[in-house]
Design a protein. Sequence first.
Length: 114
Amino acid sequence: RRTLRLGDLTVMAANADRRSYDMAASSDAQGNIQGVIARLEQVITDRDRQVKAAMADFQADGVSDSYHDKELRWNNASNEVRNIIQLLKTTLEKNDGTAQQTLSRAKAAVDSIG
C-alpha cells in the first residue's frame, strides 16, 4: 500500500505503481468504436451524396449562395471529423502495438532469468 497526500487529503492506494492493459478489452472496445465510426462515415458520405444530387439543379436567388456557404462549413466540419476518426484509429493501433511489445519484452526478461 502506498499513501498519497494531496493537500489535506490522504489516500491509501494499493498497487499505485502498477499499470495493466487488457488486450481483450481493448479489442472489444475497438470493435465497438469501429462500428460507430463506420456508421458515422456512412452518414457523412450519404449526406454529401444527397446534397450534391439535390444541389445539381437548385437555383434560388439569394438562397443558393447562402446555402452553398453553409455546405462549405459542413464539408469542413465533416473533413475534421474524418481526421479525428483517423487519429483515433491510429492511436488505438499504436496503443495495442505498444502493449504487445511491452508484453513481449516482459516475457523475454522473465525467460532470461536463470
